[in-house]
Design a protein around this ligand. Structure first.
Ligand SMILES: Nc1ncnc2c1ncn2[C@@H]1O[C@H](COP(=O)(O)OP(=O)(O)OP(=O)(O)O)[C@@H](O)[C@H]1O
Ligand SMILES: [Mg+2]
Length: 228
């Protein structure tokens, strides 16, 4: 196993996010005093539905600009960046695995992975083939998502998220649509690839079996002291 010196990669301070309710009143969704993540670490987050977990990782990746607070990623405060700078930051530094895969339907497995590379500026077909081999999809590279099983679609999404070797992988309930056996395969695969490539992992889950695979786990309902 490679040896890495750990240092703090992500530090969040006094993060607040409010959404506007249909009646125009403000709904507080995030109120997090402090959160830290080291480089080369793996952390699971669990908590109730609707508690703000997806909003939290959307703030970290820069998809959502929080109402206030600091999100320091290697000392760069993400909310200080404008939208196009945040898009660039996201494509270079983060990989994201979504609950519903978010694969492009009319593109093949290989094309979906290559498109992931295109956004960060460097397309390397050999690396795309290498990671598809690693996730066990080498025989399916020309298949379209609709001809894949749920587990295969999720493994395509994993390949796309890690192909650029981002510093941080954000996985939002990556096993929600999988049975127990495939869920275990997918979690083990994500953890192994992150260790091999030196990627930090922040993973959201509802599943007890998945939470138990992590030494470092955090209850989001205790972390997030939202005011309602
Ligand atoms: N774009 C939005 N506009 C307004 N409210 C939103 C928006 N996105 C999320 N919310 C609200 O914020 C709260 C938290 O949503 P979020 O999706 O972050 O929860 P979650 O913890 O990821 O839930 P789940 O476990 O079901 O995925 C919910 O009450 C939701 O309705
Ligand atoms: Mg969610």
């Amino acid at each position: 196993m490679p040896f890495f010196i750990k240092y703090q990669m992500l530090e969040i301070k006094n993060l607040i996010h409010n959404f506007k309710s249909p009646d125009k009143s403000e709904q507080n969704v995030l109120n997090i005093e402090q959160f830290k993540l080291d480089e080369n670490s793996q952390k699971a987050i669990y908590g109730k539905s609707g508690s703000g977990k997806t909003t939290f990782i959307n703030c970290i990746s820069g998809i959502t600009k929080p109402t206030s607070g600091k999100i320091l990623f290697n000392s760069q405060n993400i909310p200080d960046l404008n939208e196009s700078q945040r898009d660039k930051f996201r494509s270079v530094n983060t990989g994201i695995i979504f609950q519903n895969y978010n694969l492009l339907k009319s593109f093949s497995v290989l094309e979906n992975v290559l498109l992931g590379m295109k956004f960060s500026g460097t397309v390397n077909k050999n690396e795309a083939l290498e990671i598809l081999k690693r996730v066990g999809l080498f025989g399916k590279i020309h298949s379209k998502p609709k001809n894949l099983s749920s587990g295969e679609q999720q493994r395509t999404a994993i390949a796309r998220a890690v192909v650029n070797s981002p510093k941080l992988l954000l996985a939002d309930e990556p096993t929600a649509n999988l049975d127990n056996k495939n869920s275990e395969i997918v979690i083990d695969l994500i953890k192994e690839i992150c260790t091999e490539k030196g990627i930090s992992l922040l993973l959201i889950t509802h599943e007890k079996e998945v939470i138990e695979k992590f030494e470092d786990k955090i209850n989001f309902d205790e972390l997030n002291k939202r005011k309602n």
